[in-house]
Design a protein around this ligand. Sequence first.
Ligand code: FAD
Length: 527
Amino acid sequence: EAVVYWMRMEDLRITDNRALALASKHAQQDGVPLLTLFVLSPQDYVAHDRSARRIDFTLRNLQSIRSSLADKHIPLYTTSHTPRTTLPDYVLSLLKQWKATTLFANIEYEVDELRRDIKLCELAKKDGGIACTFVHDRCIIPPGQVLTKDERGYTVYSPFLRSWIPHLTPKGKDSPIACAPDPASNTPSVRDHPVYGPLFDNTVPDEVEGFTMDDAEERERIRMCWPAGEEAARLMLDRFLHTMSRSSQLGAVDPLSEGAKVPTKNPNKDSRVGKYKDERDRLDADTTSRLSPYLAAGIISARTCVRATTELSANKKIDVSRDTGIGRWNQEIAWRDFYNHVLALFPRVSMGRPFQEKMANVKWESETRDGHLQAWKDGRTGVPIVDAGMLQAKTMGWMHNRVRMIAAMYLTKDLMIDWRLGEKYFMEILIDGDLASNNGGWQWSASTGVDPAPYFRIFNPYTQSHKVDPTGEYIRTFVPELAKLRGEELHKPPPGLADKLGYPRPLVDHDEARKRAIRRYKNPGEE
Ligand code: FAD
């Protein structure tokens, strides 16, 4: 007999993992071995527009987890299965083969995944009682707990935050940021077991067909920008909390190299987190944590991040104030909770529907018209700040939040292209692609979502550019044609100069485009 922990794409860690901790506890109580399972599901990756970068990151992390678990004599069995419709049957067949009594997993809030897990529970029950336990782990406060007076989910962030904060007060083991215990080791004799012993020979594949990064140079670059493993995630957190930013680190560089980590004597003032309140929107400053790939894949838990900030705050409490860097950062972690709650409580957002149904009829331009969508993807719109963002995504598989907003608003309002095409492209190119946050961000920018940007408040990309990249260092880093320009010429190159440098002229006139967008949003369905 055995207890099984089923690891999924969003909980790629051993430390502070609730389902894994529970599985271990049960295995210890019953005196049976703990086994762990990961099922690669290529059809799900297609359905969710997963990027090859994210799949490669997943495999690299699994390799690291496999080796750490093996040190505890716990096997990680990585396998692949299609079609995705029979995944529950397949998992059940493995459980039976392993004579498992209980299965533990962390809940995934996406609709397809919830349906899959419900089906597995039903099958397991019918089949003679393998108990399946799914637990909340992804958010600081689980969906369903932060509700309005009439017990509904919040659809506006600020009241959500006000209601979220009181849930943080419990202390000790009841604290929402309490760390789940590490799993205990199996006895070494499990390696001699006729069924469980051979599981240790299983290895993590180097690639998943259909999701390979064929360009070796790209693969190396992405791997350098995003080192795998829990230790790397912890070092990224340390980098954010304890070291200073350097604008020379904006490009594709190893984030953990010594140059990227200038120690600071006064973390609350000079460190990245110290400057976060005032500088987090600066594209030319590298003051954000760059933890999103690690949080999206669960390589570090949101609890661990918030816990680490309490060590820095004066009273050792969770700081969520607007007035400090730490407080503002924890408020961003609350945005992550917010979008996950929206996903869990309003599943239609993940089904390609706008949250604001009245916006379903907004008239979009054809995606192929004048090659605008492709030009946006290629970073060739002729608007430097948009192009720099899109080229950052191509180069690093990641973008700063502010430039995601600028690029998304430009696609939906200036080019008037359907937000779902942008949402899909971000999933395909980013290493931190996450349904809840990506959908939330896109529907915010397209003014179709929960708590959206009002449709008439359209970013002027040139004004934004001056504001968020005042030194121009960001544009110069990512748009090589403009590397020698400064000031206004850099933010909005005059046509003659652009032609000379081989840089495109703007695809549309912003003022004209803005009028078109307001007209179409005001009267959905009309031209
Ligand atoms: P920090 O500023 O250091 O913030 C810390 C953490 O808080 C982030 O890692 C993230 O987990 C969370 N967070 C911060 N801002 C947000 C936010 N607005 N919404 C939700 N969570 C947030 N984030 C993703 O993780 N995956 C996505 O696929 C994604 N797509 C986006 C698409 C659009 C159009 C927009 C506007 C935003 C998107 N975001 C997404 C949110 C945000 O841009 C990134 O989380 C952030 O840029 C990551 O950088 P960081 O880790 O340095 O963030």
